[in-house]
Design a protein around this ligand. Structure first.
Ligand code: ZN
Length: 141
């Protein structure tokens, strides 16, 4: 079978409907780029629409959906809470990712915090903190 070449469309901004533009990360981060070659999909309306998402290194694939400042912060918090569950050794990293699918009802392809909405992030933070509490570990704020 011939492999179809996948064309990747730039994602659309969920806040204003404009297309995102592939940019070097320095466009947003200035001198604070921590990985060379890092790219972002940035809303064409940036900075008045403060919405962007990271791109998998060496590809054109966005890591998730575009997010504004509030959602980006929430995703970071959700990731911290989730990582704490396996950093604390309550589950292995692999088990933790399966558990994330269980608690969200999402499959492997969609159970990624970078794709999560505000609501989904709250759900993950709550579930992770419950597990941490039950194991007498420090909750993640
Ligand atoms: Zn936008």
């Amino acid at each position: 079978m011939r492999k179809k070449k996948q064309k990747i469309q730039p994602p659309r901004c969920p806040y204003c409907g404009r297309n995102a533009v592939l940019r070097d990360a320095s466009y947003v981060y200035g001198d604070h780029v921590y990985k060379e070659g890092q790219k972002l999909y940035v809303c064409a309306g940036y900075p008045s629409c403060n919405s962007y998402v990271g791109v998998h290194m060496g590809s054109l694939r966005p890591k998730g959906s575009l997010a504004n400042g509030e959602l980006r912060n929430k995703r970071i918090r959700a990731h911290k809470a989730f990582d704490a569950v396996w950093h604390e050794g309550i589950l292995s990293r692999k088990e933790a990712y399966h558990w994330l699918q269980d608690i969200t009802g999402l499959d492997e392809q969609h159970a990624h915090i970078a794709m999560f909405s505000d609501y989904r992030c709250d759900q993950v933070i709550e579930a992770c903190n419950q597990v941490l509490r039950n194991h007498n570990k420090q909750e993640v704020a």
